[in-house]
Write a protein that binds this ligand. Structure first.
Ligand SMILES: [Zn+2]
Length: 83
């Protein structure tokens, strides 16, 4: 599979009701919740990397970072990009 964050070939560790576990050579191991994955794939690379960075900050030292929410786009960006 491809890493949903950076697109590099990554190991798909598990997929369950909670989401998808990925082990990526670039991003490391992390989890993405199901509801987040779809939203994540529609975002720019920079925003996806940002979501992972946030998950890493929130995770404890022995925890796998979990991407469970994505910051909403700023209003000016929504206007500007018109998606
Ligand atoms: Zn990656």
């Amino acid at each position: 599979m491809q890493c949903p964050i950076c697109g590099a070939p990554a190991k798909h560790l598990a997929e369950n009701a909670d989401g998808l576990a990925v082990d990526c050579p670039r991003c490391g191991a992390y989890l993405v919740t199901d509801s987040c994955l779809n939203a994540l794939l529609r975002r720019e690379l920079e925003e996806r990397a940002q979501a992972l960075a946030t998950a890493r900050r929130l995770a404890g030292p022995d925890e796998v970072p979990t991407i469970s929410s994505i910051a909403p786009r700023p209003w000016w960006e929504r206007l500007w990009r018109r998606r």
